[in-house]
Design a binder for this molecule. Structure first.
Ligand SMILES: [Zn+2]
Length: 270
């Protein structure tokens, strides 16, 4: 979308997730598409996934370092240059003021207009996913925009920031679907970089699994090869990407227009 009219300062997105590989499993195609569209995307990994192994010989420090390297390689496959690792111990993310302050600081430094994170309200799920999703949303609204919240950050130059749009990944109630049909190969390449986690024997098997996931999203959003999100907007411009093939939104709009028309014709009839 930006291309010829792209401003010198690219649009920025921040993806906040609990573990290395969360991004690639839930929204890898979307971030690759954003990158292709000229956005500057930053990944923020709250933990380094240092408990995610069945190998008793692999301790947390070694596993964390390995998974950070895997995440960097996966990000690179998706066209993303920067990963921030907060290194909270895997499985022990606590939603407290100190943790939310760390997320606020990342938001104020990266200054994204769009944030993608876990849907922390989707029911039972990995505790870290729930906690990160809820805390990241609190960090966007209202904490990072209020100068009096974490004022010590503002005093040292981390200015308040307003994020316009949040896309909640892994949602049970997606209402926004991104067409990722151009990104299928990159999604698979990125997932395969998480070799310590992905047990698919080969590329074909991984491709088959991704197709199954896409079919689930496609049933709801009616777009083959899509990734589904719950979208929240906080004022300002809310347009994450081109064309967007937003059939679900278009359908909702058409229904709303129809309802308006029948209301106004009912009013004029009266
Ligand atoms: Zn995870």
């Amino acid at each position: 979308m930006p291309d010829a009219e792209a401003p010198a300062d690219p649009r920025r997105a921040l993806v906040v997730m609990a573990h290395p590989d969360d991004i690639e499993f839930t929204c890898g195609g979307t971030v690759a598409q954003l990158s292709d569209d000229g956005w500057h995307v930053t990944f923020c990994l709250v933990t380094s996934g240092d408990k995610g192994t069945k190998d008793p010989m692999l301790g947390p420090a070694d596993l964390g370092a390995l998974r950070e390297a895997e995440q960097e390689a996966a990000a690179s496959e998706l066209g993303i240059q920067r990963c921030i690792f907060l290194r909270v111990p895997d499985g022990h993310v606590e939603d407290g003021s100190e943790f939310r302050g760390r997320l606020v600081r990342v938001l104020r430094e990266v200054r994204p207009e769009l944030m993608i994170t876990w849907d922390g309200y989707r029911g039972f799920n990995h505790r870290d996913h729930r906690t990160v999703g809820i805390a990241a949303l609190d960090a966007v609204f209202p904490l990072s925009r209020n100068a009096n919240s974490y004022a010590e950050q503002v005093a040292t130059g981390a200015e308040p920031v307003r994020v316009n749009t949040v896309l909640l990944a892994g949602s049970n109630e997606p209402n926004y679907f991104v067409d990722v049909s151009d990104q299928l190969d990159r999604r698979i390449d990125a997932l395969l970089r998480h070799a310590s986690q992905v047990q698919a024997p080969n590329r074909e098997e991984m491709s088959r699994r991704m197709q199954n996931r896409s079919r689930q999203a496609a049933r709801v959003g009616r777009i083959p090869w899509s990734e589904g999100f719950r979208r929240l907007t906080f004022g300002g411009v809310a347009a994450p990407r081109r064309g967007d093939a937003l059939k679900a939104d278009a359908k909702a709009r058409a229904q709303a227009e129809q309802a308006d028309q029948s209301k106004s014709s009912a009013a004029s009839d009266g």
